[in-house]
Design a binder for this molecule. Sequence first.
Ligand SMILES: Nc1ncnc2c1ncn2[C@@H]1O[C@H](COP(=O)(O)OP(=O)(O)OP(=O)(O)O)[C@@H](O)[C@H]1O
Length: 251
Amino acid sequence: MIEVQSIDKSFAGQRVLRELGFEIPDGRITALLGANGAGKTTCLRIVTGLLRADAGRVLLGGRDVAADPLAARRQLGVVGDREGLYERLTVEEYLTLFARMQGLAGAALRQSLDAVREELELGELWKRRTRGFSQGERMKVSLARALVHRPQHLILDEPTRGLDVLAARLLRRTLLRLRAEGTTILFSSHVMSEVAELSDCVLVMADGRIVGNGSPAELMENTGSDNLEDSFVALAYGSAARSECIEGTPA
Ligand SMILES: Nc1ncnc2c1ncn2[C@@H]1O[C@H](COP(=O)(O)OP(=O)(O)OP(=O)(O)O)[C@@H](O)[C@H]1O
């Protein structure tokens, strides 16, 4: 479970997150939506421990990310807005390095590497250095790095950005499989069709707050919309003027 409790964050006096709070239960896929600049990446960086909040806290599986970062990271996989590949290493070397850093060794290490190679169809890339990889190839390696230690929580920042149809499909299939295995998944996106297809729950951010929280069907019902995009627009852009939340959503 991911618990975000009353997070505040400012950059140079500009308040980006305002008492942001939400909970994500295990075995669910949750999408984080918001206009450009709404604070999604800042929120995800705080949830993953890359950035410190000014106030509030984040718990991953009950562990405070800021107070106990190593324990939190052991149960966390992250696909960030940059892939962070080491271009001189082959895929195998790169994933082995990250698996070792997560404490895997011996047969367990071998098994984990074999599993991600197969699941993410990395066979042909396995012995290649990652320099020059296409966007889709980079995403697959980045996702494999995030998954190699079988984390309980997976966080992805716009994971399908720049992917072709097949790569996006592989990613969606992987997320659905992980959900079936009980993984807790939080991802940000601007692609409404993929959010509607994948998400059990949608969080809509505006002005550093959650202004909508529910299943796609609930958000549509609460906004009187017959599609998720209209519902998102009503919440994300209407909210700045109305500064109110849909029923049942924390302010
Ligand atoms: N390191 C930083 N220093 C200064 N300002 C920052 C920093 N990181 C983010 N911001 C500002 O915080 C606000 C929220 O940015 P953030 O990247 O979290 O938005 P976002 O919702 O992810 O946007 P997008 O959809 O465009 O990726 C923006 O106004 C951005 O300029």
